[in-house]
Ligand binder design. Sequence first.
Ligand code: 13P
Length: 250
Amino acid sequence: MSRQPLVAGNWKMHKTVAESEAFIQGLLPRLTTADNVDVVICPPFTSLEAMVDSTRGSRVEVYAQNMHEEGSGAFTGEISAAMLSELDVHGVILGHSERRAYFGETDEALSNKVVAALEAGLAPMLCVGETDEEREAGTTEDRLRIQITEGLSRIDDAQLASVAIAYEPVWAIGTGKVATSEQAQEACAFIRSLIAERSEEAAAAVRILYGGSAKPDNAAELLALADCDGLLIGGASLDPESFGDMVAAG
Ligand code: 13P
């Protein structure tokens, strides 16, 4: 089965609305290559509506960076799935390692977020990945198994392929220390094998992305890996030229 590559930019806590607009005006003219790559930007909440408007009619899809698992309630500072789908947001990143590390995001909460996103018609992108200590201790696969098994525990096998998985080793994020091709391929293949334990069909269809110091000069090599179907890019997605180059590598 051929899986359409997905190249996504996670802006994290960067860009005001004005800066987001400047980015998208710089990016759109650069997306001239064949549209056989799905292009996603993940701006902060405050820029979502403007980015949905500015990308309408283009091939760029807009994802949020997080959402709450409940439909509504006394959760000051949080955003629900319905609030995102009302804005015509296409999808949502769930379980980024920064949210897990700094905001106490648990696999249990994520399993509910995946359900809530799908119910609202949002495409979830579930992030997983081991820390430096876990890789050194040889427990990478244990960590990935827990994150994948628990994160996807509340959805049916038929829904598995609707979730994109982003493999982001924590030690590679923002460090300039990209995983080697062997490390990235091994982890992406392992994640696919975990999906295959539930459904071979879903495993063949599910998109698995790599993230962590992906840059224009390593994008093509990562995208060529058998089990890597895309990139989740932090720093290098903030500039339309470098992000556009990475889309072109897909
Ligand atoms: P960098 O590309 O800046 O390493 O960030 C990766 C990331 O966390 C994307 O979600």
